[in-house]
Design a protein around this ligand. Structure first.
Ligand SMILES: C[S@@+](CC[C@H](N)C(=O)[O-])C[C@H]1O[C@@H](n2cnc3c(N)ncnc32)[C@H](O)[C@@H]1O
Length: 256
């Protein structure tokens, strides 16, 4: 399933803000080894690099398209092709940062403790994940994919919501942590242009569904989805679309 870097960075301001909010809560002064898991086009990795200029920073992703863009835009950073589920670096991290990536992986019950085990004593795992799987933008996509017209081709792509609630992460991680800082925010994103929410999901949630169809069927599916989105997120008088988007943040620090 290919990512499209150009589509993804269309809303880079909105996508960057949660990363900055996460970064502001990392309780480390000068981490020497940092990993950015699911680094994508590397915009956030570059922020980490600016913030901690002395650190050795590696961005890891399993999309060659995203990594190519990251390499092109930020040649001085170390980029690695790799799957987060197999993340086991030779040098453990002081900071493992992951913005908007871990919701693409299942089995958080094992994944999160495994990531903590790749940190040095006192190290920090800082994670942000979208938590809007029941929002109309996503629910309409899943409902449509499971409708009689599409279920044979798309039904299997509907995953159970990968992100659990705050209490679940707290119970899982607090026994392993010295400190845990966990919160949720809904950003009321003001989007511009026609079919703005569709443009947004084209860069993320909609991709696997379109990738499973030929061009003609993808157009039909997208058209039906666009209609539902317009109903759920009407264009306002000033031509903008208000798109509420919830995100979950977790910052866990290990004991020294
Ligand atoms: C929504 S993008 C976020 C990119 C970047 N962290 C940012 O904030 O701009 C999600 C990224 O996670 C990557 N990804 C998803 N599953 C992955 C996995 N199992 N291993 C490595 N990278 C993964 C995708 O390739 C994609 O580049």
């Amino acid at each position: 399933m290919a990512w499209n870097p150009d589509q993804y960075i269309l809303f880079s301001d909105h996508r960057l803000r949660p990363a900055l909010d996460l970064l502001s809560q990392v309780p480390l002064i000068s981490p020497s080894v940092i990993y950015d898991l699911g680094c994508g086009t590397g915009n956030v990795t570059a922020l980490l690099s600016q913030h901690w200029g002395e650190a050795i920073i590696t961005g890891i992703d399993n999309s060659r398209e995203m990594l190519a863009k990251a390499r092109q835009d930020h040649p001085s950073i170390e980029w690695q092709f790799g799957d987060i589920s197999n993340f086991s670096p030779t040098s453990k991290g002081n900071l493992i940062f992951s913005n908007a990536a871990l919701h693409w992986l299942d089995d958080h019950e094992n994944l999160f403790p495994k990531l903590l085990s790749q940190l040095r004593p006192g190290g920090v795992l800082a994670v942000q994940m979208p938590n809007n799987f029941s929002a109309p933008s996503h629910q309409n996509l899943y409902d449509l994919a499971q409708s009689p017209e599409w279920i044979d081709r798309l039904g299997a792509l509907v995953r159970p919501a990968p992100v659990h609630n705050i209490n679940w992460y707290f119970d899982l991680l607090s026994p392993l942590a010295e400190k845990i800082n966990i919160w949720e925010t809904t950003y009321f994103q003001v989007l511009k242009g026609k079919d703005a929410v569709l443009e947004w999901t084209r860069g993320t949630a909609l991709r696997p569904f379109l990738a499973a169809l030929d061009e003609k069927d993808a157009q039909v599916f997208e058209g039906q989805y666009a209609e539902r989105l317009l109903e759920a997120y009407p264009i306002r008088q000033d031509d903008s679309t208000l798109y509420p988007f919830s995100r979950l943040f977790i910052v866990v620090q290990l004991p020294e």
